[in-house]
Every structure is written in structure tokens, then in C-alpha cells.
Design a protein around this ligand. Structure first.
Ligand code: GDP
Ligand code: IMO
Ligand code: MG
Length: 429
């Protein structure tokens, strides 16, 4: 049976949750492999919106197993609340498995995230302040606490002591902040550990059995290609690798276990937080503001207004290269329904010359000029259309031009948040 990785091709919030939920109909297992509660994936089923941060978007079906792989950073309070809330809505939560190698986000990570952002002042990254960066810093520094440590009372008590002493020193001496109390944190997290223990396992080994039994597996990306710590607009990125390669490292399978990679592309571009944005629209009553208000472009996790701009095909083409995309899943095409003219950035110019790749230097990127093609809008409500051929000609022209520039086939086109508002051009599972 095939395995499919679903990734974000822009700066996040492309609608990965919706596409994963849709594809999960035919999958047996859904795996999150990177990021943490900085993700906010909204899935709408029968007009009910489920806002998922750590749980994979396959959770809303009966009988699918949902994995949180070793590459994910787990905030125990957040995941337990998510499990509790979703259980209240009648969802079966008996099939969640959490990697024993996943790192734990502790309160000092969130505190450090806030203090580091405040210290950066106008250079701040605009993080979600959930402690994601500081947790991955501990992972790389080899000072992190993993799920296998959390659920072992003796080890956890020891490791927490060492870490809390070190972090309290940084918080008080460098930032002049308030220290955390060891006994209180130990008690709170011992309670979390008792609740999480039944879910914790060697998910890499469990996935091996899944593959051996021929089941269909979906890997759900969080964040996106241009928030990738290596390939994104560094330092305005997250602290993990959302790109498709990490679906293997972040879940404990090998590269040959991946069959297809789907890049989710919002029909325009958005970004939350700071950092460069070549096609950004800064108007207050023009197309940028129209996209934000019509598309309700406000963050699921932080409620911040998302910055909006024209679709950047140069970014998507780069995402195709970085992730080996074989299909595009276009979302939110319907948000453009009432725009008489739509632009797409088809190339970048730097110092008057066309450049083929996105420059690493933010100084150079800031001077890049977008080259636009303009399209006539379709000026029709497409939310009820269910077959690609019935889409207005102008909408198809827009999509087909994107596919041509990017060099990747269209696989899915989405015209609304609901499951049924999805057109499949290529069956993947
Ligand atoms: P994710 O982080 O990539 O999963 O995306 P988010 O959930 O943060 O943001 C995407 C939003 O768009 C969610 O509220 C989805 O329910 C919604 N959505 C997904 N696809 C479509 C679509 O085709 N049209 C419209 N109007 N909304 C969509
Ligand atoms: P989903 O999975 C959009 C952004 C933050 C900030 C930067 C670093 O819903 O697409 P972090 O808290 O990760 O250290 O913040 O990354 N960011 C996202 N933007 N969607 C997301 O996730 C994001 N996760 C992180 O806004 O700019
Ligand atoms: Mg999101």
C-alpha cells in the first residue's frame, strides 16, 4: 500500500489539515513527524471545526491510528487538553501513539521563548511563544528531556533538577526573570506522565510493523517549506525541518518507505510573524486586505492577522525541488472568487537580471523584485463545484499556469473547508 507525505509549500496555514483529513479516508495510519503545538490545523467535518495542534488530522475518523513521531516536540498539557476536548466531542481517542523519543516541551522553554523574543526587540522572529525553539535547542544541545524520561519517575526527577537549575540561572541572571519552583513542576509533570504513559511507545518500531502489513500511511507535515530551519527564510523560520525529507527521520522510517509527496499550496500567499515576503500586499483597502478579510486570515494558534500577498510560483517551484513534489493540492481557490484581476509572481529579478533560485541572503532577498503575470478573475462562486472540468475557464488557466511554472501536476483542488468541497484529479491512496 502506498505512503504519502503532505507538506506545506509556502509559510504555513495552506490547509494541510483539510487535505490530510480528506486523504485519511483511505489511509490506515496518520503520522505527525515535526513541529509541535505551534501548528494549528483546522479540519471542518459536518460544519464542526476541529482545531488540532499536536494530534494528526486523521484522528476524526474511526479506526485510524495516529502517531506522534520522534521529530515532534510534545507539550504534555496541550496534548492532554486536545485529547480531552476531542473525546468530549465524541471522537475515539484509543488509537494515539506517542514516540518515546519525542522531546518534551517544559514551562521553562515557553518562558525562554518569550524572553528571547523580547530581548530581540524589533528583530524578533514573531514566534508562537510556545517554547518550540528552546525545546529544539535543548534537543540539539543534548540536554533535552524525552518522553521515555518523562514517564520514568526516577529519571525525570533527576533530569528535571539538572535542567531546571540551569534554566533558572539563565532566566534570573541573564533576563532578570522569575525562577520556576522545582517541586511544583515535578508534581505537575508527574501527573501529566501518569496520564500520557499509556500512549508512549517506540513508534518507529510500530511503524515498521504497519509497513510490513501493507497498510496505507499518511505523513502530515506541520509548518512549511519556507519555515524550514535549513531551507526557509532564516532566521525567520521555525526550529525544525518541516520539509518532506524529515518525514523519515522524524518518524523512524527510511527514504524508500515514501511513495508520493503532495505539496499543499494556498491559491495566494500568507505569512504570520516577521520575515521577508516578496509578493506581500501592504494595502489597507486593496487586494491584500480583501484576501485577509474574505479569507479570515487570522492565526489559529495566536489569533494574529496573517500577512497576505499574491501567489509566488517561484516559491512553489522551489518547494517542488526541496520536497520532490509529485502533486500539488491547491486550497482556498474560492477566496479569489470575487477578484476581477489576479496576479501570480512567475520570476524574481535582482539587479535587473532574472534569478532562478531564492537567495540565502536576506539582504539580497529584500532587493528582489517580483515579476508578475496578470490573470482575469472568474467572478463566480465556485464553492459548489465538484468537478475540475466545471471550474470557470479563468480559474483553470490560473491553476494550469501554476502547474506549468512549477513543473508539477495538479492532484487536488479545494474550494471550501468542507470534505466534499474537494476535487481529486489524481487518486493517491
Ligand atoms: P494548516 O495549518 O495548513 O492545516 O492550515 P490552517 O488550518 O491553519 O488554515 C487553513 C484554513 O483554511 C482552515 O480554517 C481550513 O478549514 C480552511 N480551508 C482549507 N481549505 C479551504 C478551501 O479550499 N477554501 C476555504 N474557504 N477554506 C479552506
Ligand atoms: P501550521 O502547521 C504558520 C511561524 C511563526 C513564526 C515562526 C517561528 O499551522 O502551518 P515558532 O513558534 O515555530 O518558533 O515560530 O514560524 N509558524 C507558523 N506559521 N503556520 C504554522 O503552522 C506555524 N508554525 C510556526 O508564526 O513566524
Ligand atoms: Mg495552521
Amino acid at each position: 500500500m502506498p505512503s504519502v507525505v503532505v507538506i506545506g509549500s509556502q509559510w504555513g496555514d495552506e490547509g494541510k489539515g483539510k487535505i490530510v483529513d480528506y486523504l485519511a479516508q483511505k489511509a490506515d495510519v496518520v503520522v505527525r513527524y515535526s513541529g509541535g503545538s505551534n501548528a494549528g490545523h483546522t479540519v471542518v467535518v459536518d460544519d464542526v471545526a476541529y482545531k488540532l495542534r499536536l494530534l494528526p488530522s486523521g484522528i476524526l475518523y474511526h479506526g485510524k491510528t495516529c502517531f506522534l513521531g520522534n521529530g515532534v516536540v510534545i507539550n504534555p498539557g496541550v496534548v492532554l487538553k486536545e485529547i480531552h476536548d476531542i473525546k468530549e466531542k465524541g471522537v475515539d481517542i484509543s488509537r494515539i501513539l506517542i514516540s518515546d523519543r519525542a522531546h518534551v516541551v517544559l514551562p521553562y522553554h515557553a518562558r525562554l521563548d518569550e524572553l528571547q523574543e523580547a530581548a530581540l526587540g524589533t528583530n524578533k522572529i514573531g514566534t508562537t511563544k510556545g517554547g518550540i525553539g528552546p525545546c529544539y535547542m535543548d534537543k540539539v544541545a543534548r540536554t533535552g528531556i524525552r518522553m521515555c524520561d518523562l514517564i520514568d519517575p526516577e529519571i525525570f526527577a533527576e533530569k528535571l533538577k539538572v535542567q531546571l537549575d540551569a534554566k533558572n540561572a539563565i532566566i534570573t541572571k541573564i533576563y532578570g526573570g522569575e525562577p520556576f519552583d522545582y517541586d511544583q513542576m515535578l508534581k505537575e509533570f508527574t501527573d501529566f506522565a501518569d496520564q500520557l504513559r499509556p500512549y508512549v511507545t517506540d513508534t518507529g518500531a510500530a511503524l515498521d510493523e504497519v509497513f510490513a502489513s501493507g497498510k496505507a500511511v499518511l505523513f502530515e507535515g506541520a509548518q512549511a517549506t519556507f519555515l524550514d530551519i535549513d531551507h526557509g527564510t532564516y532566521p525567520y523560520v521555525t526550529s525544525s525541518n518541516p520539509t518532506a525529507g524529515n518525514a523519515t527521520t522524524g518518524s523512524g522510517v527510511g527514504p524508500r518507505d515514501i511513495d508520493h509527496v503532495v505539496g499543499v499550496v494556498k491559491a495566494y500567499t500568507t505569512r504570520v510573524g516577521e520575515g521577508p515576503f516578496v509578493t506581500e500586499l501592504l494595502d489597507t483597502d486593496g487586494p491584500g486586505n480583501y484576501m485577509r478579510e474574505t479569507g479570515h486570515e487570522y492565526g489559529t494558534v495566536t489569533g494574529r492577522a496573517r500577512r497576505c500577498g499574491w501567489l509566488d510560483a517561484v516559491m512553489v517551484r522551489t518547494a517542488a525541488r526541496l520536497n520532490s513534489l509529485d502533486y500539488l493540492a491547491i486550497t482556498r481557490l474560492d477566496i479569489l472568487d470575487k477578484m476581477p484581476k489576479i496576479k501570480m509572481c512567475v520570476a524574481y529579478k535582482y539587479e535587473g537580471q532574472e534569478i532562478k533560485h531564492i537567495p540565502a541572503s536576506l539582504k539580497v532577498l529584500a532587493q528582489v523584485e517580483p515579476v508578475y503575470e496578470e490573470f482575469d478573475g472568474w467572478m463566480t462562486d465556485i464553492t459548489g463545484i465538484r468537478s475540475y472540468d466545471e471550474l470557470p475557464l479563468n480559474a483553470r488557466k490560473y491553476l494550469e499556469r501554476l502547474s506549468e511554472i512549477v513543473g508539477v501536476e495538479l492532484g487536488i483542488v479545494s474550494v471550501g473547508a468542507g470534505r466534499q468541497q474537494t476535487m481529486v484529479l489524481k487518486e493517491l491512496l
